[in-house]
Design a protein around this ligand. Structure first.
Ligand code: SF4
Length: 268
């Protein structure tokens, strides 16, 4: 785990704890509030108190399991199921809590992706190369390139002006399918067609976060792109991070030798 991932995990835990405190506070107020009204029926405060107390307790139990898993890198019963709750339910609440502390949404998204990756790896989701899908954003292709790679990424001529050439080489060497998606709808169609068991996706914070949520329960290992020219234009990705991610999620990979430099730079 690199420093960025550790920092992301820490922020996520801190936000989870803050969310727990907010929930406990709301639960306590809701428990006490009806009792402050002298005219309230006796059963009503008890029912409301039990209801909100129960919700707060459940939320705290979930938070405690996740914090334990993150701190000690060990799963308690229910940790895997909590990934669903984390993916679908907890993230918007964490963004709201982060806003209270002035933490930007992008930072929360980064921490969410780091924690999601940890949970994906710990779920033991390694798949054979033919059931792994590398999903790439179109903005990785340099905007002066006229080759159409959205239908078939192998149309790339391997000139090396953008990361697509290296990504195609990695995919071919490992026997893993690559697709380029121009948006969420296309990405969903590719997933339906390819039927992967696990996805390695490259994108920005926002697209990775929504992609992880959309694809759930399919596990998505996310890698952030770099944007030296701003969003959605001539973006980059660290190929060694892609190799590292694939080594973690793909079983029995590295099936073909790397092609010679002459073959990579030659026309396909
Ligand atoms: S590597 Fe070259 S040919 Fe391939 S997509 Fe990038 S610019 Fe186009």
């Amino acid at each position: 785990m690199n420093a960025g991932e550790r920092g992301g995990k820490r922020l996520f835990m801190a936000l989870l704890l803050a969310l727990g405190a907010v929930l406990a506070g709301v639960g306590a107020v809701l428990w006490l509030l009806p009792r402050w009204f002298a005219g309230a029926e006796a059963w009503l405060p008890t029912l409301l108190g039990a209801l909100f107390g129960g919700i707060a307790l459940l939320a705290w139990a979930g938070i405690a399991i996740l914090v334990f898993a993150f701190l000690f890198e060990r799963d308690l019963p229910g940790t895997r199921r909590l990934r669903g709750l984390l993916v679908k339910g907890v993230f918007p609440a964490l963004v709201a809590v982060a806003r209270l502390f002035g933490i930007p949404k992008r930072q929360v998204e980064r921490s969410y992706i780091a924690v999601n990756n940890q949970l994906v790896l710990r779920s033991g989701c390694k798949a054979p190369p033919e059931r792994v899908l590398i999903l790439l954003p179109h903005c990785l292709q340099v905007d002066t390139c006229s080759v159409r790679i959205t239908g078939d990424v192998h149309n790339c001529r391997g000139c090396g002006r953008c990361p697509i050439a290296g990504l195609v080489e990695i995919g071919d060497r490992r026997g893993i399918h690559l697709s380029v998606a121009t948006g969420g709808t296309i990405a969903r169609r590719i997933i339906v067609e390819q039927r992967p068991q696990v996805i390695l996706a490259v994108a920005c914070e926002r697209d990775l976060t929504s992609g992880i949520q959309d694809a759930h329960p399919l596990p998505v290992y996310g890698i952030l792109n770099r944007r030296p020219q701003g969003p959605c234009r001539n973006t980059e990705v660290d190929l060694s991070e892609v190799e590292r991610g694939l080594a973690l999620i793909s079983r029995g990979a590295v099936v073909r030798p790397a092609p010679s430099p002459a073959a990579v730079s030659g026309e396909r």
